[in-house]
Design a protein around this ligand. Structure first.
Ligand code: FPP
Length: 227
């Protein structure tokens, strides 16, 4: 068995799921996707995973229609308000990565409130990537490094990233069939095991996650060394 502390997920395929089900609006897929966020969070928490990092909104997602962007912002706000009790009951801490300065004020307030109420928990940390882009994160970190006016090590650079409070990603999963990283955790996945599944995010149940963990446990992780 491999040690499993951090799972990161690119939750793709919501729009296609809605179309496949015959819904006229793509956003119904996001609504269903939010239910899987809940299910996978509880499951990861029960498995003893320490970090679950979920790509909820990328720096590129602003290119979508105003209606879809607005819907996603409201959905995240509603999700956090609803899920606070789930976090409290399951010892789940809530964190974010990404540049929150461009988000609507209400969502920012809800994010701050949820972080404050769960800050003392030490079970799973659910990390939502909101207005997150790996290149944006790296450039913000580089600018902080430059202001230090000295050469820095990899470990010191790690501490300048939004993910400074997490551990290296063990498993990265992308649902929805595409095999790309879409500007997600580019630095952090240096030695992650990558899993690409055709399952659309709203169909991604805890059994699907278990199947991936089973595959992960068969991998001989050498991190560049020899065993
Ligand atoms: C990609 O699917 C998904 C997103 C851009 C948003 C992810 C959001 C959720 C899973 C729900 C909201 C999250 C929370 C935390 C409440 P897509 O729309 O690009 O799918 P497609 O490729 O089929 O069009």
């Amino acid at each position: 068995m491999n040690e499993l502390k951090h799972i990161a997920i690119i939750m793709d395929g919501n729009g296609r799921w809605a179309k496949k089900q015959g819904f006229l609006k793509r956003v119904i897929g996001h609504e269903e996707g939010a239910k899987r966020v809940r299910e996978i969070t509880i499951h990861a928490s029960n498995l003893g995973v320490k970090y679950l990092t979920l790509y909820a909104f990328s720096t590129e997602n602003w290119k979508r229609s105003d209606t879809e962007v607005g819907f996603l912002m409201k959905l995240m706000d509603r999700y956090l308000k609803n899920e606070l009790s789930l976090f409290l009951e399951n010892n789940v801490k809530f964190e974010t990565i990404g540049d929150l300065s461009k988000l609507p004020k209400t969502l920012n307030e809800t994010i701050s409130y949820t972080k404050e109420k769960t800050a003392h928990f030490d079970g799973l940390t659910q990390v939502l990537a909101v207005n997150y882009g790996s290149k944006d994160e790296i450039i913000r970190a580089v600018n902080k490094a430059v202001s230090l006016k000295k050469e820095i090590s990899e470990d010191e650079f790690d501490k300048l990233l939004d993910t400074k409070n997490t551990l290296p990603v063990d498993i990265l999963i992308r649902t929805g069939g595409d095999k790309r990283l879409s500007n997600y955790l580019l630095w952090q996945v240096a030695y992650s095991e990558l899993f690409f599944t055709n399952t659309l995010w709203p169909d991604f149940t805890k059994d699907k996650l278990n199947e991936i963990i089973c595959e992960f446990n068969k991998i001989d992780r050498r991190f560049g060394g020899v065993k």
